[in-house]
Design a protein around this ligand. Sequence first.
Ligand SMILES: CSC[C@H]1O[C@H](OP(=O)(O)O)[C@H](O)[C@@H]1O
Ligand SMILES: Nc1ncnc2[nH]cnc12
Length: 290
Amino acid sequence: MAETMIAVIGGSGIYEIDGLENAEWVTVDTPWGAPSDQILTGRLDGVAMAFLPRHGRGHVHSPTDVPYRANIDALKRLGVTDVISVSACGSFREEMAPGTFVIVDQFIDRTVAREKSFFGSGCVGHVSLAHPTCPRLSDACETAARSAGITVHRGGTYLAMEGPQFSTLAESRMYREHWGADVIGMTNMPEAKLAREAELCYASVAMVTDYDSWHPDHGEVDIADIIATLSGNADKGRAMVRGLPALLGTERTPCPHGCDRSLDHAILTAPDKRDPALVAKLDAVAGRVL
Ligand SMILES: CSC[C@H]1O[C@H](OP(=O)(O)O)[C@H](O)[C@@H]1O
Ligand SMILES: Nc1ncnc2[nH]cnc12
């Protein structure tokens, strides 16, 4: 029976997690370059854990330049089965107030300057993304967050923008009123797409820091206000993470939603037409089917 390994990708304001037994920062090399930072490994309640600060310790990578492919490859290479993204976000809904968490279940990808796939010419692959997050893993996040006393909204659409500037007022209104987005951030895409290609369960916990710029009573989004909310959110995020191992357990059963089998029929390039160099780079991500 396979073993569960939970990864947490920490966003703005979360550069470490506490309480890991045998904690060690490890360097992981990947064919896609270096990940954002070393990865903190250890055990929590007996369950294997990995923590990766998305922007690196000291917040060195901009949202555009986060090495998304290297990050997901490195986690897969370490044996991770479940990835939980913990991110700061703006809110388009009155009830999704700063300090509350949204368990995201849909995305609108407006990013334009990022590598979005492990596949390409020489090994073409197409995975389904209709349901981009894992309901089983999202259930665990919801339960752990509620147990930690956090106000949680289950379900929401995250608009991923390129950044690094925040949205104009017209964009903010358009996303909210016409596109049906609930929250906005700069990093969950292409991360969620790549996790699906790597057959990893992925859940996104968006921690609201602000009302972006649409709210008549809150004025425009301001980084000083965001930072003021970030550290409280980070404490709550860490409290949620502490509850996850007990909910997920050490024994890894197949994902009932098929996240861990997403490549079963995805690769179209005939075996004799595949580029050996690309196939070699895909050893961790797609080795199960190549
Ligand atoms: C804190 S301001 C904007 C910055 O914060 C979010 O980062 P992350 O998703 O890694 O928590 C947002 O996406 C921007 O990158
Ligand atoms: N309003 C906002 N827009 C984009 N990313 C964010 N991260 C936190 N707040 C944000």
